[in-house]
Unconditional design. Sequence first.
Length: 181
Amino acid sequence: MLGFRGSKLVRGLFLIGIIVPVQVALVPLFVDYAKVGLLDTHASMIIPLAGFALPMSLYLFISFFEYIPRELYDAASIDGAGPIAIFTRITLPMSVNTIVTVVMINAIFIWNDFVFGNTFVLSEDLKTVPLGLQNYIGAMGKTDWTATFAAVCVTVTPLLLVFLALNKAMMYGLESGATKG
């Protein structure tokens, strides 16, 4: 693993990001967004979703990169490859499955997000898919179950198709990130 001074401290800070639940950040973020005028904007959704997805993504990549033998990097640098060539010719091709895994996990997390959308989005134009599904519940809980189930099927289909297409790469990425050596 290519490290740097203070990398364990940075890793510990990102671990705190995994430990802190999303709901703890809602009220402070809402107050801050109201002060700077970010409520009901795309940025009000992108910033917290990216921030809460980053720690888990980082740990998946760290787990995978620790799996790559240091000797491989040493051999490439002895052959005259610089850091960019090592990354593009060795690390990137080997980490395609991990990239697919991180993208799919974050896509599912973001696609199904209800909390941030319900808190920061006020207009109908910016509502997310789960917020749109909430519209199917009528007054006093009266629900047209046929329309609701059809809407749920339509919203689940895109992610399901992508998952089925990338299933092998994702499973391999999860397995390779979970073991070392």
